[in-house]
Design a binder for this molecule. Structure first.
Ligand SMILES: Nc1ncnc2c1ncn2[C@@H]1O[C@H](COP(=O)(O)OP(=O)(O)O)[C@@H](O)[C@H]1O
Ligand SMILES: [Mg+2]
Length: 353
């Protein structure tokens, strides 16, 4: 047993479980991670047959040791590729493990040692599940506008003569806006993927933040929003801001859009300074962000189902602000609705930027 403990000592810092068996299939060493994952003492592992220590079944329910036959199989085989296996013990729920094995052979190709490595697969399984959830949310989000595009187009094609111009116009407008929504959704998804893979490119140049906000307001007014819904307040001295103007316009547009759609009343936008930071604050006079929603609004797909939207806006805004080295936060004002504030480092960028 002392020898077993000694042999495993070097492996104790590994995050993965390691169990070593001798030429007869008896466990001679196990590291700390192995005892943790298997939830047993080291002394309960050493001296016990390998297949008893790790009762593994493959996804088809076959005994992995019988299938791989480490001591009797091909005399040239030196390893088993990584596989997802279930550890099945009567005393506890099945455990999903990612398992690999190495066979150490002597001159005559006889197996001297079998080293089995395994890791708890729960973290990876969770990641895969969240990937699958993402696919299902995205598919759902894409499907509803597409259903309307397809439905109205098919109706118009089949029954063109039966509709008057007003009806046709209405259908075409719906198709047009749903197609816009699809385009927006897809470009948002591309942004999400860039943010998540760290591929968001920030091309910095001098940005006039008040002008950028004013342009956003102007285009909304041109599109029919009442001009008196917006108040822009700009501090007299502003620092020089280096940022990516297109990306910043996206953040500003998103936050103002939220104030209009989820909030209400007058939307006040303040551009200012806070130490070495340029700041921008957007507040509205709506009901504010629900208290229970506050911790979640910057996460992907979290949104108020009643008001359309994809729930990607603030996630992307945060991704862009983070990429600039800034911070974004949201809350509710005492006498107004939601307040969304972000800060961006101001001043000439260093050469590292
Ligand atoms: N100004 C606001 N007032 C109230 N709720 C807001 C405001 N801004 C954002 N929210 C809440 O945060 C959620 C997430 O916003 P966002 O990520 O932009 O997604 P979307 O606008 O597509 O719903 C919104 O669905 C809404 O519930
Ligand atoms: Mg939004």
């Amino acid at each position: 047993m002392r020898e077993g403990q000694h042999a495993a000592a070097g492996y104790d810092d590994l995050p993965d479980g390691v169990v070593v068996a001798d030429g007869s299939g008896t466990v001679v060493a196990a590291n700390l991670a192995a005892t943790r994952i298997l939830d047993v003492q080291q002394s309960e592992l050493v001296g016990v047959p390998l297949a008893k220590v790790l009762p593994l079944l493959d996804p088809q329910g076959r005994d992995w040791w019988e299938c791989t036959d480490p001591y009797g199989g091909l005399s040239t085989r030196v390893r088993q590729p990584e596989r997802m296996l279930s550890l099945v013990r009567p005393d506890r729920p099945d455990l999903a493990l990612l398992v690999t094995a190495t066979y150490v052979r002597d001159d005559k190709h006889t197996v001297e040692r079998v080293v089995v490595c395994f890791r708890d697969n729960r973290a990876r399984a969770k990641l895969e599940r969240s990937g699958a959830e993402l696919v299902s949310v995205v598919a759902h989000e894409l499907r509803s506008p597409l259903t309307s595009v397809k439905g109205f187009t098919a109706t118009l094609l089949a029954k063109w003569e039966r509709f008057n111009d007003d009806q046709k116009l209405h259908m075409l407008q719906t198709i047009n806006s749903d197609a816009d929504r699809l385009t927006r959704l897809i470009s948002e998804l591309l942004d999400v993927s860039r943010i998540e893979t760290g591929r968001l490119e920030v091309r910095k140049q001098v940005v006039d933040l008040p002008e950028l906000v004013q342009r956003d307001i102007d285009s909304r007014v041109a599109a029919g929003e009442a001009a008196d819904r917006f108040v822009l307040k700009v501090e007299s001295t502003l620092p020089e801001l280096w940022a990516d103007p297109d990306k910043l316009a996206q953040v500003v547009g998103n936050v103002i859009e939220n104030a209009l759609r989820h909030g209400g009343g007058t939307v006040t936008i303040k551009v200012g300074t806070d130490g070495d930071y340029a700041t921008l604050e957007v507040s509205d006079e709506g009901e504010g962000i629900k208290r229970e929603a506050l911790p979640r609004i910057f996460t992907k797909f979290w949104h108020d189902a009643k008001r359309g939207g994809t729930g990607l806006g603030l996630f992307i805004a945060k991704g862009i602000v983070d990429a600039h080295g800034g911070t974004i936060e949201a809350g509710n004002g005492d006498d107004c609705g939601a307040v969304v504030r972000f800060r961006l480092p101001a001043g000439t960028p260093s050469f590292a930027d």
